[in-house]
Ligand binder design. Sequence first.
Ligand code: FES
Length: 193
Amino acid sequence: METEPSPPTPHAHELRLTRRQLMVNAGVAGTGLIVGGAIGTILTRILAPGQTQTLTSYPQVQIAHLNDLHVGKPVAFDYPLKGQSCYLIRLGTPALDGVGPQGDVVAFSTTCVHMGCSLADHYRAAYNVLGPCPCHMSTYDLSMGGMPTIGNATENLPQIELLVEQHGAIFAQGVWGLLYGFEHNLTSGTPIA
Ligand code: FES
């Protein structure tokens, strides 16, 4: 008896939207983002200050505008929960999964995936890297998806999925890679405002 062939399983890289797809989708998504953002704001405001919430999906949060960014000057923000520190950086050269007109805007967790030390204030613009980590020297290439280049880390630094809306607003909307210290990225904590 003949059986129907099963559909092909998508590879992991096929599940990641390319920067081009994101930009094309941005215009369509713009209106949805505004509506979704408004709902998110309302939900955030009815939570008491400091109240925790369990994330069931990644929030879509505006973190900056393209006009605010300067090459080599990181913008700090928390994502997906308060206390989960990240940097948004315009590298000045095209990057893997970079967004913006030059594809050079990226965002990463600033918590080292080796043993959790902070990489904040350890961005070296001349080399497009975060590091060396003050604890054990791990250094991550931000133009290559956070790939470790030296040191003890064996995993990429988690990269924040970005979306640029048609007027230049930059949104965080997901995380690629497991944040240090968590079994899952979608966990409980204090929502970002
Ligand atoms: S904690 Fe960063 S290299 Fe060990």
